[in-house]
Design a protein around this ligand. Sequence first.
Ligand SMILES: *Cc1c(COP(=O)(O)O)cnc(C)c1O
Length: 428
Amino acid sequence: MTKGRNAKLWTEALGVIAGGVNSPVRAFKAVGGNPVFVERGQGSRIWDAEGREYVDYIQSWGAMILGHAHPRVVKAVQAAAEKGTSFGAPTEAETRIASRICSAIPSVERVRLVNSGTEACMSAIRLARGFTQRDKVVKFAGCYHGHSDYLLVAAGSGGATFGVPDSAGVPRSFADQTLVLPYNDVAAAEESFRQCGSEVAAVIIEPVAANMGVVPPREGFLETLRDLCTKNGVLLIFDEVITGFRLCYGGAQKVYGILPDITCLGKIIGGGMPIGAYGGRAEVMRLLAPDGPVYQAGTLSGNPVAVAAGLETLSVLDDERPYDEISRRAEKLASEMGRLLESAGLTARVNRVGSMLTCFFGVKEVADYGQAGGLSREAFSILHKEMLARGVHLPPSPFEAWFLSAAHTEADVDQTLEAFGESLAAIT
Ligand SMILES: *Cc1c(COP(=O)(O)O)cnc(C)c1O
């Protein structure tokens, strides 16, 4: 235990890393205070640089569905590393993980491995454009598909508007190719297709949104998108970077019974190592180089160590099918949180789908980005700080999902609820 070490490391990081972090949300800007530096993790728990222990609900943004340092995954990584970490030539394990993905995800006949979710979504868009020979892309406000230029657009509220870049450095002319619609709004989707359905290459969506907090699709919404895409010759892309192998052994498409044309994966399929993948019907995937005219490549794509971690993670998930159990724990957490909020007299909404949930303070319902935007940032900041002080590591932003892993126990949930109850007192 070294007191003040988190603060010291933070000062050091600020001196050499842009903004002190290698991904923005880690910097605690949305909640205030300084980040804690993680020393190690085991199962549901992490320990910081000062030796403090936390129940962790970030879990690498959902990637660690088996919890940290799962013994089988660690062993697989060690064994792979000993045999060489990258070759730039095919390895058998790549075929093994591809077979697992193709057999678990109904719409995927062929898959291509890349290095991140960003790459998967960016490449899926290029493939859809190549296949349809059209340029425009439809996305939904509040959905995140990585940080590539065309997809870093969220746009204003209300009806369909042509996108405004979310970041400096994204050319206006790129963002113009992206049409942003409100999530869960069937009428807006229908109207937009009436106006320009024949110019659209792809509709990309998180089938369960988890980057504006958790927001489930309304009944009929995904079906409508599937119909509109089919009728207009548009490819439907499900970004299952979070939902893939989290909602079930497969993806949201299996749970909701809707088949997209292209599926994007990441996070869980790398078991905590950098990976991404996109796949679909053979007829579509055939357009990729070397067979077809759509170019996409990667020096480290299908990296042996990342593939070993992912393959072992999928294999444990397949053997143990922990989904019902994790969902039950998440259900208890969400419903008890709801009760505590009510008895504290606080207006809030807890959305949960499977093993992920978000507590939105100050709003009664969240079905789209507009409603999510009405949440109380202040209440969440207080909660975050109070929970951290009580040994619970929540995502440092009110717009993120909290992830449970198969390693989260009943005792973890009870400890979290106790901390939650106490923390609410600081808000009221
Ligand atoms: C995390 C995420 C991405 C981006 O993945 P990276 O590996 O961070 O590039 C894309 N889509 C969704 C839905 C995500 O949650």
